[in-house]
Design a protein around this ligand. Structure first.
Ligand SMILES: [Zn+2]
Length: 126
């Protein structure tokens, strides 16, 4: 009896982690990186629209713990994420919680061939 189905067609607030492509709903914990460009010393002053880039907690922590990526924009984003991860353990906790959620949802049949979550080895792709 599936009477009240969740409104899955509303995609207004759904985003995807840039690194692992996991869907991030607005109720999910995530890190959003906002970026916009603005002219300086030029009249009239112009401002671009803002872009929003999202990372899930696991990828945020993994990126922050990893080596600096290449490219000035990537390093700027990496430094911002490191600020967040380093400032408060809440983001680490969120990553840990969702990691435990993934492990808990795996079939409990053959524990020896449990696939490990893909962590590390990825880079920013702006
Ligand atoms: Zn991710």
């Amino acid at each position: 009896m599936a009477a009240a189905r969740p409104p899955r067609m509303t995609r207004l607030e759904n985003w995807y982690c840039l690194r692992c492509n996991q869907e991030l709903e607005s109720k999910n914990k995530s890190v959003a990186v906002y970026m916009f460009a603005q002219t300086v010393g030029i009249k009239p002053r112009q401002k671009s629209s803002a872009q929003r880039i999202c990372f899930c907690p696991q990828c945020s922590v993994s990126l922050a713990m990893g080596p600096p990526p290449e490219g000035a924009l990537n390093i700027a984003a990496w430094n911002m994420i490191r600020d967040l991860v380093g400032a408060d353990p809440a983001l680490n906790q969120a990553a840990w919680d969702s990691l435990r959620g993934v492990v808990g949802s795996l079939p409990s049949g053959d524990a020896e061939s449990v696939p490990r979550p893909a962590v590390g080895g990825a880079y920013f792709e702006f």
